[in-house]
Design a protein. Sequence first.
Length: 194
Amino acid sequence: MRFAFVALFAAFAFAFGYSSPTALAQEKAGSAESAKATESLSLAGGKIVVTKPASWKTMPPKSNIIEYEFRAPVEGDESSRITIMSATGGIQANIDRWIGQFDGLKKADAKVEKKEIEKTTAHIVELEGTYKESMGGPFAPGGGTKKLENHAMLGAILELKDGSTVFIKMTGPKKVVAAEREAFQAMISGLKNK
């Protein structure tokens, strides 16, 4: 009799979609992770939308000129810093400035790719070497620099048809940046123009 009751309950649960409290908690956690994975970021005054990778944790920006700041990966002792902001100054001048943030790096050492995504031109820059971290930030000269060996930068300058630009920059230990490269590239490739 007891077996018949258990079998009947199992059939009822299957037919009507019953989930145990544990399964419901796991489903809710999975939904929260999915929501993180699909978080949209509005850039350039709403002219571009990108999807933030799930492996990036939102952080308070260290400067008021930074629109978004992230840490990736979320867990672990080593991480990269990602910043997103609108800025000016020209494409090549900014790429040259990024190259100059690495000790002894020359233009020939930089990997630069240019591609069209919808109505936006993406200039993607990859750099490796000894990163000269500005202690006061890039816009506070005189704060000194700290040299960080085996570091990398993955940057993208998004150039809109109206001439405005958005800068996305990831810096950190070489292996950490390499691990986040695919997520970074997918975010750039998936951008949408409004």
